[in-house]
Design a binder for this molecule. Structure first.
Ligand code: AMP
Length: 210
């Protein structure tokens, strides 16, 4: 099987949709953002290099990201393809990816800039399983308790604040959005309206994967 890319601005719902689609396709979710946050928390060399960029909402240099991905794709669970979430984010990353694995679908989740800030500022994740919630749009079924595990502790990302969101959006428009055209020219880009309820978006993504 080939890999899938979930593409879109910060806060578009890539992580939320990846968690749902992984259950259906069996492809493991590979989120460079999650990998970098784990590296920062563990205090590794990669984490030390990445932290300053992440805190200021800038993209981490391509060399750091490509090395992370090369290593991740060598793991056994990646042999039948993966679902990329938040990668690639630049043309050099996409070019590097094309040399190591083939991508069958790029799902572009489109959300207007005006909606991004409220989406990002309200989100939080379960401390144990990492499931993504939103205070208004996607709260846990019982207040204060994760739907997927027996825990009631949540994390808010350090970079999910109004100030950093603006530089993350700027990085998206300058460095990442040109990738949409790059993938469109290869005939594998599927645009999905991400400004709707979560279930409708999941259904449309699954339809475009068929
Ligand atoms: P995310 O969780 O995907 O929103 O990523 C959080 C932050 O990690 C971004 O704002 C970047 O600083 C960094 N990051 C994640 N993925 C990449 C990538 N593919 N290329 C460069 N930086 C990345």
């Amino acid at each position: 099987m080939e890999s899938i890319v979930l593409f879109g601005p910060p806060g578009a719902g890539k992580g939320t949709q990846a968690q749902r689609i992984t259950e259906k396709t069996g492809l493991p979710q590979v989120s460079t953002g999650d990998m970098l946050r784990a590296a920062v928390a563990a205090g590794t060399q990669t984490g030390l290099e990445a932290k300053e960029y992440m805190d200021s909402g800038k993209l981490v240099p391509d060399g750091v990201i490509i090395k992370l991905i090369v290593d991740r794709l060598m793991e056994a669970d990646a042999k039948n393809g993966v679902m990329f979430d938040g990668f690639p984010r630049t043309i050099p990353q996409a070019e590097a990816l094309s040399k190591i694995t083939s991508v069958s679908h790029v799902i572009s989740i489109e959300v207007p800039d005006a909606k991004i800030v409220e989406r990002i500022c309200g989100r939080f994740t379960c401390k144990a399983c990492g499931f993504v919630y939103h205070e208004v749009f996607n709260p846990p079924r019982s207040v204060g308790k994760c739907d997927h595990c027996d825990i009631s502790e949540f994390n808010k990302r350090a970079d999910d604040n109004e100030e950093t969101v603006m530089s993350r959006l700027a990085a998206y428009h300058e460095q990442t959005s040109p990738l949409a055209e790059w993938y469109m020219s290869k005939g594998i880009l599927h645009a999905i309206d991400g400004d709707r309820d979560i279930d409708s978006i999941t259904q449309d993504i699954l339809k475009s994967l068929n």
